[in-house]
Design a protein around this ligand. Structure first.
Ligand code: FAQ
Length: 328
């Protein structure tokens, strides 16, 4: 079924597996959840730390493009909604860091890897948000793509990740609705407002398609991650579903998806569409997108600026512990 998938490095056939690995794979195949204290192959643990850690970093870095517009939201109501949405993303980051910590990695280690450029976050957050319409496009397309990817992850095999996803998905669907609501208002507004909405769609369409990762033939982790049910679908499957879901929404808004090759293919029951520019994608994930330096710089500065607060909390915790010991 997944003829396009490349073999993941280090993946083993059943004949190559140890008895422990075989019985682990059987549990996964039966649909059982894996919990933190249970035995798991080292590769499974590492893959989860990579994916959950990158996912957590994406939620945290993902606050920046929208945070940029909180002070400039057009009404008090829009400001309150955007503020709540950005705070939700912080919460998602925290659930996910907690899920990653159950795998034996500390939050400080994950932060250090993000700040030193040794761990990724989603490519999408390296694009600028230039106008208020971008808040609509981010909610509609970026949260829309995030939901498409995260709904299946509610069934992922690692218990803490799966449970975090259930809660996150509830909030993401509100985020997507608020973005689409901004787009609806702008498209029903003046010609200038509608043109801003079209411009935002033009700039965010292909970066949103890139969120699903490289095409299946270049996705080095998919085969193994799907065998372990860490990932439930291939990158191309989810990208196709996203296009099929989003095209009618664009039509309803009276906007044009910026793809001349976009056409409904009756035979496959889905749209044919142009692939994103993969050389741009690989440049962005290598650190060379339009906003990589700015985004990472903002996170490193926030970490450094918060050092006094973390030290204060630790001093307080140490004093409280010393008092408890003295009282015993
Ligand atoms: N950006 O072999 P694959 C959100 C990397 S949450 C950057 O296909 P995999 C909420 C990949 O890490 C958005 N890097 O990898 C929100 C690997 O490099 P590595 C985040 C990417 O892991 C909304 C290499 O390419 N969601 O938006 C990307 O099997 C609004 C090869 O790729 C998640 O993290 C990319 N787009 O599949 C917040 C969901 N794609 O690690 C604020 C969970 C690929 O070997 C505002 N993650 N790479 O150095 C996943 O489902 C998967 O990790 C994929 C990638 C599908 C992202």
């Amino acid at each position: 079924m997944y003829a396009q998938l490349v073999k993941s490095e280090g993946s083993k056939s059943r004949e190559e597996m140890t008895p422990e690995e075989l019985s682990f794979q059987d549990r996964i195949d039966r649909g059982e959840k894996v919990e933190p204290k249970e035995w798991m192959p080292e590769g499974y643990r590492k893959t989860l730390i990579r994916q959950i850690g990158q996912h957590a970093h994406s939620e945290i870095v993902g606050q920046l493009p929208e945070g940029n517009w909180i002070t400039r939201a057009p009404t008090l109501e829009r400001k309150a909604i955007l503020l709540a949405k950005v705070q939700d993303e912080a919460g998602h980051g925290l659930y996910l860091y907690s899920a990653a910590e159950t795998l034996g990695v500390s939050r400080d280690e994950l932060m250090e890897k993000l700040h030193s450029g040794n761990m990724k976050y989603s490519s999408i957050f390296n694009y600028p948000t230039l106008t208020w319409a971008d808040m609509g496009a981010v909610g509609w397309l970026v949260d829309g793509a995030a939901i498409m990817n995260q709904v299946p992850l509610q069934r992922t095999s690692y218990g803490p990740y799966s449970r975090a996803m259930i809660r996150i998905c509830k909030e993401e669907s509100f985020h997507q609705r608020q973005g689409y609501d901004i787009m609806m208002k702008m498209c029903a507004g003046t010609p200038e407002q509608k043109a801003m909405a079209q411009d935002a769609l033009n700039r965010f369409w292909y970066p949103a398609l890139m969120m699903f990762g490289p095409s299946d033939k270049d996705s080095i982790h998919s085969a193994q991650s799907m065998a372990w049910k860490i990932k439930m679908n291939t990158n191309d499957e989810l990208r196709q579903k996203f296009v099929d879901q989003t095209v009618p929404q664009a039509k309803y808004l009276g906007l044009t998806v910026p793809d001349e090759n976009l056409v409904w293919n009756e035979e496959k029951g889905g749209h044919d569409f142009s692939e994103p520019d993969w050389s741009e994608f690989f440049a962005v994930i290598a650190g060379n997108g339009p906003c990589n330096a700015e985004r990472l710089g903002a996170r490193v500065k926030a970490w450094d600026d918060g050092a006094w607060f973390r030290e204060g909390l630790m001093a307080h915790a140490d004093k409280a512990a010393a008092r408890r010991i003295a009282a015993e």
